[in-house]
Design a protein around this ligand. Structure first.
Ligand SMILES: NC(=O)c1ccc[n+]([C@@H]2O[C@H](COP(=O)([O-])OP(=O)(O)OC[C@H]3O[C@@H](n4cnc5c(N)ncnc54)[C@H](O)[C@@H]3O)[C@@H](O)[C@H]2O)c1
Length: 460
């Protein structure tokens, strides 16, 4: 333990990162900039080739930073797991998706662990960073690694340290986001703390791997539940004829006991829509039903349908149906200023509209093409003529690059799911805003009164 400690503190250790995606690549670069030699291992030949050529494939790492790290000679991307033979630390950053039946798919963790076991040697620190259910590190990884004959806490060290990266966040990055570490033994926690303290400003130790696993799930369940609550509030505000954003912003003036969350077209990304299911799945096996998680998933999951209902209601004002109408989707990435479309609610909105017969097109400055219902769509150029040719423009992602005044001015009808049109009062008659009093029930009431129905659809 003392030898590894000294190597870490002197930054003479060699680190490995397995899985060079949104999480692993920024981590590997940060470790290299701290002065460590870093082996980056991935199964994806294209990613390894890109890195070797000094090219990035994610927004949070520039070509310049990759080329710079390669030029130091300390960043070594490879497809070859045999490189693990000579490393002192291994951080596992592989995906943890859901299976088709929406159960945890930890096959990527298991496959990486098998490779690590093959090259495990005394004096190594292994850290799992992938988000997973409580118990993964001590119930699955530990027995596999100890099957090598080496003992944890004596020969090697094992910890869980959840990744908290927020893609697209220009203020919080790997270095200045506090890091949680929890080891199998106190020695494991301490070694992991020393490793991360070399390149992360604040490292917080917890008492076990299970606690560290649970911390990450609390953070993401907190977001999922609060977003679910505020999405339901948006639906309530539609019924009540109140603008949900005005309500939230006014409530946020309370300096204590309130954190604002905002409604939207649904959850997206690799974390918030998925991670709470890992927790619920584990608890189900223990005969405990995670009710908040289930309810939030239900409400968040119906938001794409709510958006398509607003599109239908808007077209109805022009005596049009979704079938046969041209609908332009603006923004398909799951959040602003990123190119990541994993689990993006835009995909669901587009699938539903396509199933209903809409003639779909989309624009996203960060996503050049997209596959929907078996068809590949290409991002269209956003000219006033393109926008004007559409029956409806649906704003799903509020990328900074969009000039919403120009977009709305050229549109016949706009469905706004991100409150980006709040100041465009001069265009209010053509805007339908999620959570702003678009009461579908009151429309039915005014079925024979076109004028009143149109008024009730207009954002207040
Ligand atoms: N993306 C985020 O914002 C974020 C934030 C916090 C935590 N996480 C968690 O971090 C983990 C990784 O997420 P990500 O977004 O970086 O995923 P990603 O898909 O971007 O990257 C994972 C990489 O691992 C590689 N890979 C898969 N199996 C491998 C194996 N056996 N050996 C080597 N490489 C392998 C893939 O080719 C890919 O490049 C997940 O558990 C995720 O939940 C993600």
């Amino acid at each position: 333990m003392e030898a590894l400690k000294a190597k870490l503190q002197d930054r003479k250790a060699t680190a490995a990162v397995i899985g060079l995606g949104y999480v692993g690549l920024p981590l590997a670069l940060e470790v290299a900039w701290a002065g460590f030699k870093v082996v980056g291992i991935d199964l994806d030949q294209n990613k390894i080739a890109a890195l070797k050529a000094g090219k990035s494939y994610i927004g949070d790492a520039s070509d310049k930073s990759i080329a710079g790290a390669m030029a130091t000679g300390r960043f070594l991307p490879t497809l070859d797991f045999a490189a693990l033979r000579d490393v002192d630390t291994v951080s596992i950053c592989v995906p943890t998706p859901l299976s088709k039946s929406r159960d945890p798919d930890i096959s990527f963790i298991l496959s990486a662990t098998e490779k690590i076991r093959k090259y495990l040697h005394a004096g190594q620190l292994i850290v799992l960073e992938s988000t997973t259910y409580p118990g993964t590190t001590d119930e699955l990884i530990l027995p596999e690694l100890e099957s090598s004959g080496l003992r944890v806490g004596r020969d090697f060290f094992l910890a869980f340290s959840p990744e908290r990266i927020d893609p697209g966040n220009h203020f919080f990055n790997t270095r200045n986001t506090p890091k949680i570490v929890g080891g199998i033994t106190a020695e494991c926690t301490e070694i992991a703390r020393i490793f991360y303290s070399q390149f992360i400003e604040r490292v917080i130790s917890v008492s076990s791997t299970k606690c560290a696993e649970m911390v990450k799930l609390l953070e993401n369940t907190f977001r999922s539940v609060n977003i679910g609550m505020v999405n339901e509030l948006a639906l309530m505000c539609d019924v009540l004829g109140v603008d949900v954003y005005e309500v939230i912003d006014a409530a946020a003036s309370k300096p204590f006991g309130f954190i604002p969350f905002y409604p939207g077209p649904g959850l997206g990304g690799h974390c918030i829509p998925i991670d709470p299911h890992y927790l619920a799945w584990k608890l189900k096996a223990l005969n405990f039903q995670a009710r908040f998680i289930g309810l939030a998933a239900e409400i968040n999951g119906m938001m794409p349908t709510v958006v398509t209902t607003l599109v239908g209601e808007g077209l109805n004002r022009f005596s049009k149906s979704i079938r046969g109408s041209k609908v332009l989707i603006l923004g398909v990435a799951y959040k602003k200023n990123v190119s990541d479309c994993r689990e993006s609610p835009a995909l669901d909105v587009m699938r539903i509209l396509s199933d209903k017969g809409a003639i779909l097109s989309y624009n996203d400055p960060l996503v050049p093409s997209l596959r929907i219902n078996g068809h590949v769509l290409k991002s269209v150029e956003l000219t006033p003529a393109t926008i004007a040719s559409q029956a409806c423009t649906v704003i799903l992602t509020d990328h900074t690059a969009y000039d919403f005044r120009r977009i709305v001015a050229a549109s016949k009808l706009v469905v706004d799911t991100r409150n980006v049109t709040k100041d465009l009062v001069e265009f209010k008659d053509r805007i339908i805003k999620l959570g702003a009093g678009n009461n579908v029930a009151s429309l039915a009431e005014h079925e024979n009164d076109d004028e009143k129905a149109a008024v009730s659809l207009v954002a207040r």
